[in-house]
Design a protein around this ligand. Structure first.
Ligand SMILES: [Zn+2]
Length: 237
């Protein structure tokens, strides 16, 4: 089991290699924490890193077990090692991917091995990533659930059980472009025209008003209070 101190130290060393060798190739360094919880990407990378440079082969089951103990006891199928290699550029060989190097190293399906922190994955080219790959990665980070209602892709929609959930790219802030940093996965029941009234945070919570037209739906009392508030603010300036 990894102690908090081992996690911090490992992450610091990985970051150092990253800055020296990988950043210039646009490899993606996962954040250590999201809020006060470790991210799965960081913990998987830290596991694979143990013993560096003499790293060992990890199985998907081992990685899943650690994620369960450290982050989420209900997690089932940890895909992070595959994504870290394939989509984020870390030199992680995968037995499932069956590239020659993985076969030569004797990896079996579900095995992962971090080969080096001094080179990106061979042939990795961040600019070749497609919008679809990016969105797949984002959906994985949300466990393939709608950020707002939690409906899971391919399963019955919570808001409309007659429908199967399909996730779409939803704006966090509808006044800004639909580009990385402003996207949450939303089911089509949540990603409707009226959602443009609101600004969402990354957790799908409403944190602001996206369109002044929503004020038309407020009670007279609230409209009056908004009016007084804005009058005070703009008369001051
Ligand atoms: Zn939804």
């Amino acid at each position: 089991m990894l102690t908090p101190q081992e996690i911090e130290q490992s992450y610091a060393i990985i970051s150092k290699y990253y800055n020296q060798h990988l950043k210039e190739n646009d490899v993606r360094l996962p954040r250590l924490r999201n809020g006060n919880q470790y991210t799965k990407d960081a913990i998987v990378l830290i596991c694979l890193f143990q013993g560096y440079p003499k790293t060992r082969v990890w199985t998907k089951e081992e990685l899943t077990q650690i994620i369960r103990e450290l982050i989420d006891p209900n997690v089932n199928d940890v895909q992070q090692a595959r994504h870290l290699g394939h989509q984020k550029g870390w030199y992680i060989l995968s037995g499932t991917r069956k590239d020659n190097e993985a076969i030569d190293a004797g990896l079996k399906a579900g095995d992962y091995w971090l080969k080096t922190l001094e080179e990106p994955y061979p042939g990795y080219n961040a600019s070749r990533r497609t919008v679809t790959e990016d969105f797949d990665e984002l959906k994985a980070a949300y466990e393939y659930r709608c950020a707002c209602c939690g409906s899971k892709e391919g399963e019955k929609n919570f808001r409309n059980p007659s429908k199967i959930t399909r996730l779409q790219m939803g704006h966090m802030d509808p006044s800004k472009e639909l580009s990385p940093g402003n996207i949450i996965p939303q089911c089509d029941e949540c990603n409707r025209a009226d959602r443009d009234w609101w600004v969402f945070d990354a957790n799908g919570r409403v944190v602001g008003i996206g369109s002044e037209t929503v004020i038309d739906r407020c009670s007279d009392e609230i409209k009056r209070r908004i009016y007084e508030r804005l009058k005070k603010q703009y008369e001051k300036n």
